[in-house]
Design a protein around this ligand. Structure first.
Ligand SMILES: NC(=O)c1ccc[n+]([C@@H]2O[C@H](COP(=O)([O-])OP(=O)(O)OC[C@H]3O[C@@H](n4cnc5c(N)ncnc54)[C@H](OP(=O)(O)O)[C@@H]3O)[C@@H](O)[C@H]2O)c1
Length: 271
């Protein structure tokens, strides 16, 4: 029997999830996942810089974080330009003096069949889901590299990065396929700096984006039934289903995991 002293992760596995005192930027923090991630991180002692263009909703998220004993700094913006992304980075540095984690949770969908939809609608989805992520990665990644921070980046993909959909998803599926590719290429480009980049790919979970799928009108019921038929665990998701994976990908527990698309989808992609 070995008498070697046990390593810290074996003796105290929860230390792998210790993120106290870190600083995170969360875009789309007015949305379901962004809000959940920001609050959960703050509950673990992370100072959060939260961004979103809906001022009242962002203030409400900040108030909840403060009431829960955390610290939040608001930036009222979407990452529409590199200057917007830089503003979020600079606000985090001004408030907390460091950035360790980047959560890109801003995103959008506008469904439409390709033969009917306007090019501008396709571009709008691509801009929200891909261009915004690229600006955030460029801005915060440059800081990570220059300051030698082994940062953690989390993108939001979807099972739609891998699967098509009959509901008019040429923009959304294309944008999520691009999110997967961006995740992998950033991971490989930044591995030498010790920066990890991963994505969560959920199936449908309850949010502003999907509220209609939880409704009782005909379209909601039909879409829900079609989704449920493909989910072995037999239900749609809730934000809480994604938090464990998010914390894993943003904590030292995932230091040897990069470039991965993590499916948290009730088994959708298994079948
Ligand atoms: N819900 C699902 O079933 C599901 C499934 C798979 C993947 N996802 C992905 O998960 C991420 C988070 O989505 P969610 O469901 O939490 O959505 P959500 O509740 O709608 O939140 C998304 C947030 O993004 C911001 N946003 C909206 N339109 C935007 C645009 N055109 N450009 C930039 N930002 C915009 C909004 O904040 P402001 O209005 O305050 O700016 C909004 O609060 C997205 O990338 C989404 O594609 C969601």
């Amino acid at each position: 029997m070995s008498t070697e002293p046990l390593s810290e992760p074996l003796r105290n596995p929860l230390s792998l999830f210790d993120v106290r005192g870190k600083s995170a930027i969360v875009t789309g923090a007015t949305g379901a996942f962004g809000r959940g991630a920001a609050i959960a991180l703050s509950s673990l002692g992370v100072n959060v810089t939260i961004a979103g263009s809906s001022r009242d909703e962002l203030d409400a998220v900040a108030a909840q974080i403060t009431a829960n004993g955390g610290s939040a700094t608001c930036v009222y913006a979407r990452p529409d330009t590199l200057a917007d992304a830089d503003r979020m980075r600079d606000a985090a540095l001004a408030a907390y003096g460091r950035i360790d984690q980047l959560v890109i949770a801003s995103g959008f969908n506008k469904a439409g069949f390709i033969h009917e939809m306007a090019y501008e609608d396709w571009q709008g989805v691509m801009d929200a889901n891909v261009r915004g992520a690229w600006f955030m990665a460029k801005s915060v990644g440059t800081y990570f590299i220059e300051q030698k921070v082994k940062g953690k980046v989390l993108l939001m993909s979807s099972v739609r990065g891998r699967h098509g959909n009959i509901s008019g998803y040429t923009a959304y599926c294309t944008s999520k396929g691009a999110t997967d590719a961006l995740t992998r290429v950033l991971a490989t480009e930044w591995a030498k700096y010790g920066i990890t980049v991963n994505a969560i790919a959920p199936t449908v979970f309850r949010s502003k984006l999907t509220a209609w799928m939880f409704g009782d009108d005909e379209l909601g019921q039909a879409t829900r039934a079609r989704s449920l038929a493909r989910i072995p665990l037999g239900r749609l998701g809730e934000v809480e289903d994604l938090i464990g994976m998010a914390i894993y990908l943003l904590s030292p527990a995932s230091d040897f995991c990069t470039g991965q698309i993590m499916y948290v989808d009730g088994g959708f992609t298994a079948g």
